[in-house]
Ligand binder design. Structure first.
Ligand SMILES: [Zn+2]
Length: 446
């Protein structure tokens, strides 16, 4: 890593309220940390200069919920609902993954995220059949260089026990790999959390035990709630005295207003998953507006790579369209027309950056371009026909950007993508490993 990097002449969107946008701005990075943002900053003799004229410079995007291990099975279940996904994936192709396959899928899955400008990820790792699988999953994340939280899940319930305890191997993982306070890892970029089945997918008694186990280990909790076919999950947590600011609620789109209020009052966070909510019959409208109305700390999640895409540009676009549709339906029911609709593309970008950082408890490190934070930076080329617009460049980003427009990605000041190509130390071999896994999986399921 060059000691100093200077990104020059871009339209810098800091997402830091004190700094705002800096058109034609420069970002100075030293030893992996953002040190200065301004106009006309001078490079030193050894500074590596990255020309960002005609580009948008934004904080690295943050995906708060993704099953990263699915990197090798993209597009496997494009027409499946959540109901069909269980047998096809969770108790189907998931169980065909060897530890080596899980490593290959996770490494490639994390690189898919980096390629799309995502520098921090919440990896909801629920294909951990064994301790070897858990280690392989974590190794894939580490090798990718991405920042984030490794949420330790389990395999699904077996036929002979619908309510197995959360894997006790989580304790070993924490002790071996995340010895720091709050489950921080020795590489400094990853923390540990617990991906619990929660009240929707296990008995009340087992759920209480799982929550107690996570809290004994001192790790944050993430659970799927409030999607079609599940009900009263947050009500059950209140009954059992389990609500708290350490709980992240994924989907949440079918929760009642009272349950959303309970999340807000307890300081919990919501992960909004537009693609899977709408594509997989997890619900109707994503939780975006209902979470924002209550000031619930919220971010986006791509969630299920085998049914959704790999990028947050799509999630921002879908979330805004769905939320406006939800609001418009109320106006139209009253035969009322308005001049402007609520929420801007900037609101979506805030959810995809600073909001996500707060969901994962990493806002002190990332989520905005702020001097003192880690240099997690995404540079998007705006010079192509679909992005070279007249209006707010963030609106253009929201309307038309995709992973191919991401030119440069830095994580902690290290290049993960440069001139449109993934460049990390394991990037070259990752696609071959993923293809080998695909070959094995195809043979196993036929
Ligand atoms: Zn999920």
């Amino acid at each position: 890593m060059s000691e100093e990097i200077l990104i020059t002449g871009g339209h810098v969107v800091t997402l830091d309220d004190a700094l705002g946008d800096v058109p034609g701005g420069d970002v100075r990075v030293r030893d992996g940390v953002i040190t200065q943002i301004g106009v006309g900053l001078r490079p030193g003799p050894d500074t590596e200069v990255v020309d960002a004229q005609g580009r948008l410079v934004i904080p690295g995007l943050i995906d708060t919920h993704r099953h990263v291990w699915q990197g090798a099975i993209a597009g496997f279940t494009p027409q499946m609902t959540g109901y069909g996904y269980g047998p096809a994936v969770l108790t189907g192709i998931s169980l065909e993954h060897t530890a080596a396959d899980l490593h290959a899928g996770t490494l490639w899955g994390a690189l898919q995220a980096l390629d799309a400008g995502i520098t921090t990820i919440g990896d909801w790792a629920h294909a951990l059949q064994s301790a070897d699988h858990a280690d392989a999953n974590l190794r894939g994340l580490r090798e990718s260089g991405i920042r984030g939280v490794f949420f330790y899940g389990g395999p699904g319930p077996a036929d002979d026990d619908p309510n197995p305890p959360h894997p006790l191997d989580a304790r070993r993982m924490r002790d071996e790999h995340f010895p720091g306070d709050g489950g921080t890892s020795d590489n400094g970029r990853l923390r540990m959390g617990m991906a619990l089945r929660g009240p929707c997918f296990t008995s009340p008694e087992r759920n209480r035990q799982d929550f107690a186990f996570a809290r004994e280990l001192g790790l944050p909790i993430s659970i799927h709630v409030g999607m079609a076919g599940t009900a009263d999950a947050v009500t059950a947590l209140r009954r059992d005295g389990l609500l708290g600011p350490d709980v992240n609620y994924i989907h949440a789109n079918q929760l009642t207003d009272e349950e959303m209020d309970l999340i807000a009052a307890s300081g919990g966070t919501v992960t909004i998953t537009p693609s899977t909510d709408m594509l997989m019959q997890f619900g109707t409208y994503p939780a975006t507006g209902r979470a924002l109305e209550r000031d619930i700390v919220s971010g986006f999640g791509v969630d299920t790579v085998c049914s959704a895409g790999t990028d947050l540009f799509s999630e921002m676009r879908l979330a805004l369209a769905a939320e406006r549709s939800r609001a418009n339906a109320e106006f139209l029911a009253r035969n009322e027309l308005v001049h402007e609709v609520a929420l801007h593309q900037r609101d979506m970008l805030r959810l995809a950056t600073l909001g996500g950082a707060r969901v994962l408890g990493l806002a002190d490190q990332t989520g905005s371009l702020t001097p003192g934070k880690q240099a997690d930076i995404t540079v998007v080329d705006l010079r192509s026909p679909h992005l070279d617009g007249f209006g707010d460049p963030v609106a253009m980003l929201g309307l038309g950007a995709g992973p191919a427009d991401v030119e440069t990605v830095l994580v902690g000041g290290e290049f993960a993508k440069r001139d449109g190509i993934l460049v990390g130390p394991h990037a070259a071999k990752a696609q071959d490993l993923m293809h080998e896994t695909q070959h094995r999986l195809r043979a196993a399921i036929h």
